[in-house]
Design a protein around this ligand. Structure first.
Ligand code: AMP
Ligand code: ZN
Length: 112
């Protein structure tokens, strides 16, 4: 399958990995938009948030929990943001779901 993030999961493309377990991988974003900007992705290929199913409930919760754990480990206790872009209008460019975690700068609301 020609998926960039599946290749990162497989180790075929290098990434600055922060964390890995049976279900997820987390790595630093290649074009960081904040001093801390990493992605948490499922190892399972899920194309968009719309493709999530009941069977993925536990996985979806695990992604959030890993995001929280790593954000705190990386010094974002003052605050951080998580975001998941869905489809073209939502700003998604890589079609393997990923939770962005951004921190260590003030984050405006609403986002652009
Ligand atoms: P999105 O626009 O929400 O689909 O986000 C895709 C994100 O993946 C962007 O923030 C990119 O900078 C990031 N990205 C693309 N290629 C890589 C890569 N090889 N390693 C790490 N992050 C990447
Ligand atoms: Zn994939």
């Amino acid at each position: 399958m020609d998926c960039l993030f599946c290749k990162i999961v497989a180790g075929d493309i290098p990434a600055k990995k922060i964390y890995e377990d049976d279900l997820v991988v987390a790595f630093h974003d290649i074009a960081p938009q904040a001093p801390v900007h990493f992605l948490v992705i499922p190892k399972k290929h899920i194309r968009t948030l719309n493709d999530l199913t009941e069977a993925d409930r536990e996985l979806a919760g695990h992604i959030l929990f890993v995001a929280q754990k790593l954000a705190l480990e990386l010094g974002c206790e003052a605050g951080f943001r998580v975001a998941m872009n869905c489809n073209e209008l939502g700003g998604q460019t890589v079609y393997h779901i990923h939770l962005h975690v951004l921190g260590q700068r003030p984050l405006a609301w609403p986002p652009g």
